[in-house]
Design a binder for this molecule. Structure first.
Ligand code: F6R
Length: 605
């Protein structure tokens, strides 16, 4: 996942930039680079692969200077090659960027019409091209930079250096983090405090829309209208070698990685600029398929449950879904028009592997959706669709679940198009939903403090109910699983309509009931079920469309989630449930990353 550094000092900054890139590398990346200004020119070195490749490159062909920027790139737009590596230098400016420029294809089309040639496949290049045009048109760097960012939509952290200005760095952020440190004889900008903690003990975080300008040893911060502003500095934790990056647990680290990993997964399967699904690259014949069998365990099974509704609704393909430990002993009515699909983070889950072998013995074509591409499940499949979640260490699956959904959504759209069940404009609208998911996850992560308050209120409960309908029923089951496995609170997920067929007997004023009600066709029905809980004194937590009158009249707690699409609801709404489980477990002092009795890969039946 991408990392940014920028250094201005009274000495050559090349080796310090490389050192910071090394410290950023724990995030995962596939290319690295730096650029430095000296004698009114910009010098750039970048290369595919590890930071050691960059070090070798610099040993053979060094660059030096007092001000420079560096980047580790985890490919999202465009292949992980040297041309797409950052920085992106276009004559007068060099830029590093984290995040996604969502409107880059529109901006690029405008520039291409006026004769601008693009060198890379990245969304970042549009930033360099736009700043360069402003500079050619006589604007000073700060104005050129500001005029450019006003045109950008998406989430980003950007740092730029300029030809003809040997000591100048300008940066900004929206959605993605950017901070600075005033170290000894040095100013450092970074996307990650942890990676620069060898240089000092406090940093200042920029807020969205802030612009930072550093020139020699001077730092100035500006708001969007270029008024000077101040931001408080914060003490930071020293870098450690445990890989937690300053987080208390892997689970929360992995929850927060989701905007990055989702954009990685989605950009592998989608061509953001052409609004196309990239699955044709696989030499796999989907044409005959008219039925899919899905099998998996635990959280991966709930991803399968979401996918079933997508395949049926969007691609018009009938799906039979089974828990792997049941599947292997059942009559499955295999035939040559059926595809068997297995979902597994580890790729080693014994029941899922046995189910796969059972399907294979029955001459089924096997597709697997896995995180670990070297796993047994991947090796025994005819087609492997990797989910790109990166290593998941916390036993409770979080980022793997949402990346499984992103991958499955791409497959659903591909088949829907192949079967001509969606037309071009429906396809475009659905892809558009997916494109916005990483930034929407980032927005929902901002509810963490509200969720901590809810966790405080419910962490002493002995039981909890999660309820949902349609798209949110699998999430109710997943939310309950997440809570019970790490907090050890008994939790049950139910279909909202089933409440009065039994579970309502449990409702009293101590029982938290988490109602998952997005702004979809079930909203009104979900609300009437919520009212049934309210009239019996239950403690309601509404996740979805929250209206002010509900907060007042029903005295409920709400997390307002504004998505309402078929594909984005399950992905976005799973985030608050992960955060809730985590914070409840934290307050209860359980062993969050390795809950009792559980293992990360269940390799026994
Ligand atoms: C729950 C969880 C488990 C796994 C299940 C399948 O948070 O992680 O329920 O989803 O054990 O594991 P994989 O996906 O590795 O096959």
């Amino acid at each position: 996942m991408c990392g940014i550094v920028g250094i201005s000092a009274k000495k050559n900054v090349s080796s310090d930039i490389v050192q910071c890139l090394n410290h950023l590398s724990y995030r995962g990346y596939d290319s690295a680079g730096l650029s430095i200004t000296k004698d009114n020119e910009i010098f750039e070195r970048k290369i595919q692969g590890k930071v050691t490749n960059l070090e070798n490159f610099l040993n053979n062909d060094p660059i030096s200077g007092n001000c420079g920027i560096g980047h580790t790139r985890w490919a999202t737009h465009g292949e992980p090659n040297t041309i797409n590596a950052h920085p992106h230098t276009i004559s007068n400016v060099s830029v590093v960027h984290n995040g996604i420029i969502e409107n880059y294809h529109d901006l690029k089309a405008i520039l291409e019409k006026s004769g601008v040639n693009f060198i890379s496949d990245t969304d970042t290049e549009i930033i360099s091209q736009l700043i360069n045009i402003e500079l050619i048109n006589g604007k000073k760097p700060l104005e050129a930079f500001k005029n450019t960012i006003t045109k950008l939509e998406g989430a980003y952290a950007i740092v730029a250096i300029f030809r003809g200005y040997d000591d100048l760095m300008i940066g900004t952020k929206l959605g993605s983090p950017l901070l600075y440190m005033k170290a000894k004889n040095m100013i450092i900008l970074s996307s990650d405090a942890y990676s620069i903690s060898d240089y000092g003990s406090s940093v200042t975080y920029l807020e969205d829309g802030d612009i930072i300008v550093t020139e020699k040893s001077k730092i100035s911060l500006h708001d969007y209208s270029l008024n000077t502003i101040q931001r408080p500095s914060k003490k930071i934790k020293k870098r450690d070698k445990d890989g937690l990056n300053g987080h208390d647990h892997f689970m929360i680290k992995e929850i927060k990685e989701q905007p990055d990993v989702l954009s990685h997964a989605l950009s592998y399967y989608l061509n953001f600029s052409k609004y196309k699904i990239n699955l044709d690259k696989y030499n796999f014949d989907f044409t005959k398929i008219n039925r899919i069998i899905i099998s998996a365990c635990g959280t991966a099974y709930f991803a399968g449950m979401v996918a079933k509704s997508w395949f049926e609704d969007i691609a018009n393909i009938k799906v039979d879904l089974d828990i792997a430990s049941e599947f292997r002993y059942k009559k499955m009515f295999f035939d040559n028009k059926t595809l068997s699909l297995f979902i597994s983070q580890s790729g080693e889950t014994a029941d899922t592997l046995a189910a796969l072998r059972h399907a294979k013995e029955n001459d089924q074509k096997i597709v697997s959706v896995v995180n670990t591409v070297e796993s047994s499940i991947a090796k025994e499949s005819d087609l492997v669709l990797p989910i790109f979640a990166g290593q998941e260490i916390g036993v409770a699956s979080t980022k793997a679940f949402t990346c499984q959904l992103a991958t499955l959504a791409s497959l659903v759209l591909f088949l829907a198009k192949k079967k001509r069940h969606i037309n071009a404009s429906q396809e475009k609208a659905l892809i558009e939903e997916l494109v916005h998911i990483p930034s929407q996850v980032l927005d929902v992560l901002k509810y963490e403090n509200d969720i901590k308050k809810i966790a405080k209120d419910i962490h002493k409960s002995s039981s909890a109910i999660f309820m949902g309908r349609g798209a949110t029923l699998p999430l109710a089951l997943e939310g309950a699983l997440k809570l019970k496995e790490i907090s050890y609170i008994h939790a049950e997920g139910i279909a909202s309509g089933e409440l009065k067929h039994g579970a309502i007997a449990l409702v009293d004023k101590k029982l938290p009931v988490i109602v998952l009600a997005p702004d979809d066709i079930f909203y009104v029905k979900n609300l009437s079920n919520m009212n049934e809980v309210y009239s019996r004194g239950g403690k309601i937590i509404l996740v979805g469309k929250v209206q002010n009158n509900q907060l007042k009249d029903l005295k409920l707690t709400g997390i307002n989630i504004e998505v309402n699409g078929k594909l984005n609801i399950p992905i976005i709404m799973s985030i608050p449930l992960q955060l809730l489980a985590y914070h409840v477990a934290k307050l209860r002092g359980t062993d969050i990353d390795q809950p009792r009795n559980l293992a990360k890969a269940v390799t026994v039946e």
